[in-house]
Ligand binder design. Sequence first.
Ligand code: FEO
Length: 402
Amino acid sequence: MAAIKIKDGVYSVGALNPNMRIFDVIMRTDYGTSYNSFLIKSEKTALLETVHERFFGEYIENISSITDPTKIDYLIMNHNEPDHSGSLRKLLEKAPQLQVITTQAGALYLKNITNLPDLNIKAVRDGDTLDLGGGKTLKFITAPFLHWPDSMFTWLESDKIAFTCDFLGAHYCEPRMFDSLVSYPDSYRDCVLGYYNAIFGPFKPYVLKGLTKLDALDAEFVCPSHGPVLTKGVMLEEVKKDYLDWSTPATREHKYIPIFYCSAYGNTGRLARAMADGISETLPDAKVEVLDINANQFTALQAKVNSCDAFLVGTPTINRDAVAPVWQLVTAIDAINTKGRKCAAFGSFGWSGEGVPMITERLRSLKLDVFADGYTCRFVPSDDELSGARDYGKRFAEAMKG
Ligand code: FEO
C-alpha cells in the first residue's frame, strides 16, 4: 500500500498484512489486518506509531515517499504493543534524531520492548500539547486500559483528527484506507465486533470513558491503527454507537439464557432443546435461545456468552475430548467480567464421555458458577434421558432464582 493523503499535511504511511489469520495467538483474523501509521508534516514532522517489524520495508518506503526519515522530529506512540512498536529499532537506524513521545506507562514498556536504555523518550501527561508549527498542534489525551495501561489518544485540533491506536479499530485489510471506500462493509462491521470482543470486551467501563473523551473532541476523522479511517457522516457514528451499546451494562427486563451446542448426530442438540423447555417452564419470562455453534457467526456467539445472565454449553465427545468449536467458544469467555456467572455443560457421548467433564473443569477454572457436574447421556437420548435433561434445565433455572 502506498502512502495516502488524509488531509493537507497528514498522510497514512502504514502497511497491509492481508494474509494474517491469527493475531496475538488468540484472535482469528479472516480478513487480515493493516498496521496503520500516520505522518503529520508541518514545520516539525511527527509520525504516529510504527508497524509490525516484518513490514518495516513497506513502511519506510511510504514514509520516504513523503519526507526524508532523517527529518522526522517526533514519533508519537499512543500504545506500545509490538504490532505498533515492532519497527522502532529499525526506524531509529534510519532516523536516530527522533524523540519518542508516549505516556509514563508507555515509556516504561518501551524500554523493555526495545531494550534500548538510552532511548530518547519524553513521557507526556493528560492534556499536554506539542506544537508542530504551521498551525498544527497535537494534544495528548490519556485513555488508560484502552486496552493497555499506556494507551492514549492524540488530537490534531486544526484538522479535527483523533488518532486512537487500537480504539475503534478492526483487523480488516483493504488498501484504500477510508470507511467510505470499503468494498465489503458487512465483513468490515463483523471484524469491528470481533476486534471489540477480543480487545476491548474486558474493559467496558474504560471504553465508556474513552467514548466520552472522544465525543468531547467532535472529530471529523478518527484514525485507528488497524482498519479503515473512520469519517464523520460515514461510519464513525455507527462504530461509536456499537461500542456504546456493547459496553453499556445490559438493563434487561428478562433474563437471557443462551444454550450453545455442537451435535454430530443431533443427540446433544436434543438435550439442548429439552433443557431449554425445562428452563422456560421454571422461568417463563426468561429469553432462552438454543444456538448451534456451527450454524452461527462466532463473533455473535462470543458477544452472547459474554453478555448473558447464564448459559449452558453442550458438547459431544470425540476422541476423548470436547469438540474444537466448543473449546473455541469457552476460550473466548471474558474471564474478567463473567466471574460468578451461572453455567453448566452437557452432552451425549458414545464411549468414554470426557467432553462434558473437560468443559465443566474449564468453566470452573474461569471462576464461573458451575451448576452440578453437567448432564450426559449415551448415544441417542431415551425418553427418560430427555425428561432428565428437562428436569436438569428446571433445576438450573431454580438455582438462578436463589
Ligand atoms: Fe494493535 Fe494493542 O495493539
